[in-house]
Design a protein around this ligand. Structure first.
Ligand code: ZN
Ligand code: ZN
Length: 176
């Protein structure tokens, strides 16, 4: 069962905020849009059977879990979990500037998951960056790069991978 987070955005100010934050725009003349986004804390089984958890950042309680992971790899610095973790520098709606460092961090995460560690990967919304990372992990686990986006959309969430640039990143990462 997927929880949902309500996010409000102001186009004029180019800001957005979630229901746990104070409004970042209080100008009554501005047009505000509310949309709902998934709060993922979803188990994902990679090709070959390795399992990990994909997480959205839940501002109301980001670190409450039935079971804490042994290790988390986060794609946004808003994460400050009490458990062992690492980061990939990865702008929202973008791709990592350092693709080699990203590939190394993803391989490390996969090794940890394969060795039986309880692992987690997360960004903020859990779709663009997390979806792209999951597609890359699927390729590392043996899925062909072609079709990795379709794989993550059917195995995790239909909204996974948000931009053509993120799609191209998955292919480019494995073409060298
Ligand atoms: Zn505004
Ligand atoms: Zn989703």
């Amino acid at each position: 069962m997927l929880k949902v987070l309500r996010v409000t955005s102001c186009a004029q100010c180019a800001v957005y905020w979630d229901e746990a934050e104070p409004a970042r725009c209080r100008n009554g003349d501005h047009q505000h849009r509310v949309h709902e986004t998934h709060l993922h804390l979803s188990p994902v089984v990679l090709p070959g059977g390795t399992q990990l958890t994909a997480a959205s950042f839940d501002p109301a309680g980001p670190y409450s879990r039935a079971r804490e992971p042994d290790y988390g790899l986060y794609l946004d610095r808003r994460w400050r979990p009490p458990w062992d973790h690492g980061y990939i520098d990865w702008p929202d709606f973008g791709v990592p500037a350092d693709s080699q460092a990203a590939a190394k961090a993803l391989k490390d995460l996969l090794e940890r998951a394969r060795s039986g560690q309880h692992t987690e990967v997360g960004c903020l919304g859990g779709h663009g960056r997390t979806g792209t990372a999951l597609a890359c992990l699927a390729v590392l686990a043996g899925h062909p790069a072609t079709g990795a986006v379709a794989w993550v959309r059917s195995s995790y969430c239909p909204e996974a991978v948000e931009t053509p640039g993120q799609e191209a990143f998955i292919t480019a990462l494995f073409s060298t």
